[in-house]
Design a protein around this ligand. Sequence first.
Ligand SMILES: NC(=O)C1=CN([C@@H]2O[C@H](COP(=O)(O)OP(=O)(O)OC[C@H]3O[C@@H](n4cnc5c(N)ncnc54)[C@H](O)[C@@H]3O)[C@@H](O)[C@H]2O)C=CC1
Ligand SMILES: O=C(O)C1=NCCCC1
Length: 312
Amino acid sequence: MSFVKLISDDFVKNCLEWKTLVPVIEKSLVDISIKNKSTIQPARLFMDIPDKQGLFLAMPSYSENDHALACKLVTSFPQNKSIGIPSVLANILLFDPITGKIKAIVEANRITAWRTAAASAVATKCMHKGSKDILAILGAGTQAESHALALKEMFDFKEVRIWNRTRERAKILASKLPFECTLFESNEECVKDADVICTATYAKEPILQDTWVKEGAHINAIGAGQNHHSELSEALYRKSYLVVDHMESAEKELAGLTQMGIDIKGEIGNYLNSSKTVPEDVTCTIFHNLGIAIEDLVTANFIYNKFTKGQK
Ligand SMILES: NC(=O)C1=CN([C@@H]2O[C@H](COP(=O)(O)OP(=O)(O)OC[C@H]3O[C@@H](n4cnc5c(N)ncnc54)[C@H](O)[C@@H]3O)[C@@H](O)[C@H]2O)C=CC1
Ligand SMILES: O=C(O)C1=NCCCC1
């Protein structure tokens, strides 16, 4: 008799480190940009839960190369924070890719935080060739934390800045990080002269304006859910070079942007494998990190392999 394996966030925590995860995520981003049937990932399903301002997402994917079939089920309930529960809660179901039989449920709160930040790190390395002295993070939640950790580890920024709507949360995040951070009262001051900016909030109105961002800066836009483009001002999009993780998802989730005539230049995988390059004369670069299922699949598969090895 075989049982479904249950793999907890505590186990995941002990398996993940940036230097091993980042290349795994990079490869998955390249794989998904190769349009053949060996890597499959449809645009995800969003279900609104309006009375709770919540979202339920189903994110299936398949990779022949990784010999893996998975579906992440994830909820986003921003109000959870007020009762001490993470806003984003996720589980990944892993299936046997030959029979379709379920083999594991991997708790994926940590995976979601880390794979997203790993994708931003990959995009930053690929799209931003300028200096990496100042990192500014807007937001102080789970994603802000993983982004601060990943980007500091990968690029050794001299200064890490944090702005949050409520300063108390920014203070809590700063106290958890294993390096010094500077806290800002104003988002405008926080991003001034920053080389790399990450936006990781639930803001429904822009928290980042074009006039605040220095020429040549790179922005990783992470937050906001179904309407994924509300953190950055329209003018900032218009003056920037915009790349996404997955075109098919962006056509759906960033439809608001394309309807305004803002051009999505391509998928990060095409830049990673050098079939496209970011022109040198662009004012700013934006990576729209929507978050894609293939990143969850490769990370969960990596964890599963560690888990089953440990059981032998
Ligand atoms: N791109 C991706 O792959 C992923 C994106 N997300 C998105 O990232 C964002 C942050 O998620 P978590 O860090 O998990 O949530 P969290 O609840 O841990 O942190 C949210 C942060 O946003 C701030 N915030 C909330 N409402 C705001 C507003 N109206 N204006 C300015 N700041 C506001 C809060 O103070 C907090 O610092 C969300 O929009 C979420 O949907 C989350 C997971 C994956
Ligand atoms: O990719 C994910 O996972 C999520 N993306 C946006 C909303 C919360 C979860």
